[in-house]
Design a protein around this ligand. Sequence first.
Ligand code: NAP
Ligand code: MG
Length: 498
Amino acid sequence: MSHTMASSPQVRTYGLYIDGVETQAKNTSVRSAPGTGEQIAKFASADVADTERAISVARRVFDEGSWPHSTGATRSKTLLKLAALMQENSEGLARIEADEVGKPIKQARGDVAGSIAMVEHAASLALSESGRAVDNVDPDVMSMIIREPVGVVGMITPWNFPLLQLMQKLPYALAAGCTTVIKPAEITSGTTVEIARLCTKAGFPDGVVNVVTGSGSVVGDALAASIDVDLLSFTGSTAVGASITTSSAPTTKRLSMELGGKGAAVVLPDADLEQAANGVLFGALFNSGQCCVATTRLLVHDDVADELIDKIIAKLATVKVGRPLDERSEVGAMIHEYHLQKVLGFIETGLSEGGKLLAGGSRLSDGEYADGFFVEPTVIDNVDKDDTIFQEEIFGPVLAITRFSSLEEAVTLTNAVDYGLANTVWASGIQTALPLAKRLKSGSVWVNTTLENAPQMPTGGVKRSGYGREMGPEGYEEFTEPKTITMRLEPAAQFFGQ
Ligand code: NAP
Ligand code: MG
């Protein structure tokens, strides 16, 4: 790939990517690595006019271009070419994610591999998915339900998994024949522009993939307000998602909302406690807890609570918090100073409301941590249902523990939050685990595993975690519109009682 992906600490420069051409904007923003403080990237800051230009390109290319009418085979092959180019550039892409987000390089490599798998999966759907026929209405009536691409898709993504969140949307929209205008989170725009460059190399026609970097209140709002955007696919906080439902309302565009979460792990007495301890901790600390599907609450049965907590604390002592590019690092930095302070504030509130600190609780600022935004992994016991850290999304490496004494109580506690994205059950008996999984109000439930995703499995939320699904055939369908074409065969249709 381009020299901008070299491993030196030089500043990578990105422009706006519109109609297959990269151009600079009047204004730019600079990103410093949250793990080291070094300046690493310069992004274009688009204005409303830049955004409207990208939307009009995507509109024209959808209405007049070849992509929406291309064959499934063409879409599939072009996506597979993109996947191959991503594979060739995988280490560079992982490096950008680690630099810009502050995540451990090992985990960034996993994000890239997962993203490639989604592109390959979308390529298979471009071949396998098509419409259906209805032939049981009347022997003389035949109806075809064809699947058309929804049109121009706006995509707005968050900073926690810039590449992965984009890839839960983009390849599926491309497989369906849509054109796109993407607004990544301003501070983590690098891999999104890299992907646009690779899309051109892979053979997507100019104007099918457009990237407009800049702030949410300018670029994001222009996407929401535009009558030429047919579907806006948003991933981010519930507050911003809710505001977009209002700002986009006059356009009556379709929306897909992947919002916040407050996941629980429920541990029953018959669970394998060693496995559960590892899984709960991993679910809480992955991506420094900046994960919509994080295990932010541990709900544990009284009978096994002390034993499980001892195991968690022992395991925690072996987890390496470190700089993103250190191969040993398992937990990296927080995204920025403001967010770090917000997480520390949640910890303080949790303790003031009666929580008991079992581990962590402070900022790490000596030695290797001196130039970055690091928080100690934190475990707080004795958290009640009405406490702030039980209810609100912390988005940091903080595990809040609550004990229960019956299955009914476990169900009530799990569902006693506004969110409904993903929960986890740890139990060895399938006859308890499965009925429990069915009663938890969330788009996903893991049983005896956690954060286990694959492109074949749809994900998404219920309640205030949003609506719509990504990945799987369901994720592909989000980017299509069914059209019903009904024909009368012989005899001719009878009207007005002829
Ligand atoms: P955020 O503050 O809601 O921002 C998300 C995106 O929306 C960013 O690109 C942001 O732009 C943009 N935006 C901000 N204001 C906007 C507006 N008025 N109109 C249109 N767009 C606007 O979320 P975040 O802090 O980046 O990410 C963390 C949140 O995302 C958490 O709540 C997490 O749970 C959620 N999340 C959900 C999922 C899921 O699948 N359900 C996955 C990952 C993350 P700028 O920030 O660049 O200005
Ligand atoms: Mg309390």
